[in-house]
Write a protein that binds this ligand. Structure first.
Ligand SMILES: Nc1ncnc2c1ncn2[C@@H]1O[C@H](COP(=O)(O)OP(=O)(O)OP(=O)(O)O)[C@@H](O)[C@H]1O
Length: 259
């Protein structure tokens, strides 16, 4: 069977720097996979390649769907998002001066199939579709315990809540694959524990595949079914959490020569 996402010999050079050096990896349907590695290992660059934010120097990224396989190389970010790959960013990217609800509705608009004329003249079908969108957004917000905050401006939410809203926005596009770039960054232990449960819930409820970058090892080890470890742009190891925890090369990369 084809892998949902197959990455083969992926390379990204920035001048003389091999930020991603010959990485091959895959994601299966409904898997929760973590991508870890020391600072500067190339994790965000790899995410940027997979989601079309930057082009690869060489290598291939192929998405398998019900009706065939689709190369993602060279596709622009919006096209890749349309194909069902959605992401969050390390630095929060919300519309800070818009309400929580509007932030989610904007993310949903790519699914807003109402035509130009009904939209301009506000035919009844426009309101029905808009009402459906609002209901859908509110359901999503409720899963993330944000239903009481729908009218709050995004900038007025606590930091951990803004991170949750980012995930809601990414989910609002109904992705097949969700890429989470350090979802627990800046969260306190309680918020992180809460987020861990939420990510699990989302994976089961939406039947999606999740790839996450995270430095918080408690979150990684309790969530991931498989882990890829990057170091200096190359894959250092891959395996289950138990295999990774005891892998001498991984321990050395994280803790240095003395480990
Ligand atoms: N646009 C760019 N131009 C030049 N070099 C870059 C660029 N983006 C990233 N790099 C370099 O590529 C390497 C990998 O960076 P990347 O941000 O992917 O690492 P990371 O594993 O995500 O690190 P962190 O955990 O600190 O976020 C680093 O040496 C970084 O300085």
């Amino acid at each position: 069977m084809n892998k949902l996402l197959q990455v083969t010999h992926l390379v990204k050079n920035f001048g003389g720097l091999n930020a991603v050096a010959d990485v091959s990896m895959h994601l299966d349907n409904n898997e929760l996979v973590a991508l870890i590695g020391p600072n500067g290992a190339g994790k965000t660059t790899l995410f940027n390649l997979l989601t079309g934010v930057i082009p690869a120097t060489s290598g291939s990224i192929v998405l398998s769907g019900d009706h065939g396989t689709y190369p993602l190389n060279g596709k622009r970010a919006y096209k890749i998002a349309d194909m069902g790959l959605s992401r969050t960013f390390q630095n929060i990217r919300l519309f800070k001066n818009l309400s929580v609800l509007d932030n989610v509705l904007i993310a949903m608009t790519s699914k807003f199939k109402e035509g130009f004329i009904p939209t301009i003249f506000r035919f009844p079908s426009y309101y029905k579709t808009e009402q459906q969108l609002v209901e859908e957004a509110q359901k999503l917000l409720a899963i993330f315990e944000l239903e009481k905050d729908t009218d709050v401006l995004a900038k007025n939410l606590p930091y951990g809540t803004q991170r949750r809203l980012e995930i809601v926005r990414a989910l609002a596009t109904k992705p097949q694959i969700l890429f989470l770039d350090e979802p627990a960054a800046g969260m306190n232990p309680e918020e992180t524990a809460n987020l861990t449960e939420l990510i699990l819930k989302v994976q089961h409820q939406f039947h999606i595949t999740i790839l996450l970058i995270e430095h918080d090892m408690s979150l990684v080890m309790s969530l991931a079914q498989r882990i890829y470890v990057l170091d200096h742009g190359s894959l250092l190891a891959q395996g289950t959490p138990d295999e990774i925890k005891t892998n001498p090369a991984v321990i050395k990369a994280y803790l240095g020569e003395e480990a």
